[in-house]
Write a protein that binds this ligand. Sequence first.
Ligand code: PFF
Length: 491
Amino acid sequence: MESTRERWSSRSAFLFAVIGSAIGLGNVWRFPYITYENGGGAFLIPYLIALITAGIPLMILEYYVGHFTQSAPPIAFRKIWHRAEWAGWFAILLIFILSTYYCTIMGWCVNYLYYSFDLGWGNTAESVKAFFNNDILQLSSSPSVLGGIRLPIVFGLALVWLWIYLSLFKGVETLGKIVYFTVIIPWLIIVIMVIRGLTLPGAIEGIKFYLTPDFSVLLKPKVWLAAYGQIFFTLSLAMGTLIVYASYLHEESDITVNAFLTSIANCLTSFVAGFAVFSTLGYLAQTLGVSVKDVTTSGIGLAFVTYPMAISLLPVAARFFAALFFLLLLTLGIDSAFSMTEPVVESIVDKWGAKKKYVLPVICVLGFLVGLPFTTRAGLYWIDIADHFITNYGITVVGLLECIIIGYVLGAKKARSYINQVSEMKIGIWWDIFIKFLTPAFLGTSLVFQFVNLIKKGYGGYPIWTTYTGMGLIIFLALTAIILAKRKGAV
Ligand code: PFF
């Protein structure tokens, strides 16, 4: 079985695949506004600390799990500890749900790309907002009013799933070639957008706004939570992706240098993309005669409201830059999206010995169908709610489980000696300390902290039953994971 496992054709194919997974929508809309909301330039300090204390140690851990077991997460964890299979299934179910709404957001991008050609959203604050809320989403009044499916979004969603299918169906070797394009094209577009942004009047004010530190925020726990949350999301950690991708590595491949390269490439991309976004927002502020603070919206609004408006006001080639921006989001997102599907497919193939060519289309169709509720008129609310519970609770629990399984059940020292045997750069005892104490301590505290907050206030100002639904979803996925782990497989 081991010898017939699919393989990356080269080290760079693997590196581009993991970098492609890491670089996604999280870098271009999430990173800039999270930075802005959490103290601007000062946020880079907790962000870097989170990268060093949790991001890199856990990435090394996940590469190790895939490399050592040559399996997808459920079987990988079972090989390490016979009771741990469910943790793998839990990660797989979480990533499956994540993929269904991530692809819906990409479905919005497909629609925006189409409307770029005539700048359908206009160029006033009211028109861009109305375009997003009324024309694209037809947003309903609350999460309980689903109000029917939005066909243009369903169409975009179907295209994205077809794109995922076409990228994956030929196997890992072809995937290793596709990722060169899906990484290099967005990098080129980011460079063009940075140059365009920095040469606009008002750009400097935007950049100042992005980078001027407000050190007082470092005392706020919320800022630290945001930094760790962003690191997990942006590095595709605790979701099974990195384990599966590392399981296609040859047995003698390096682990540690690859982990450092992936993290640095990803975080630098975020940092540079911030210049493209904030220089353009500086221009928008100057054009409207207001301060940068007043044009900056948080969350999804940044990519679909504020930025399109800024582009509409560009002095030349506005349509071209609008199309380029949504092409950027789509090419950034697609390799993250297929990196969410591959682990699901591979886990089923691994456990039941099913044929990939049958499992893949079934998962793509299922992903499309499960995504349909997110295309309703209440979809935006449900994306927000699902994302909160999956990224804040799901990912944290999986990260914690990984630290316990490797750090304590297997033993961090044992894992480290394997890692050092195959890697070009040796890691010291610091890694054991992170995996056994620091990372789990942080993750545990964060979990308790967030849970207490949730019990007190519910989530996001929505009716309280949505909080129960979100919690219910996580519990349901955990129970399903236990059932899947108990089922007999072919191996
Ligand atoms: N890292 C991706 C982004 O920043 O958009 C999102 C992601 C991909 C999360 C794959 C998790 C994952 F497994």
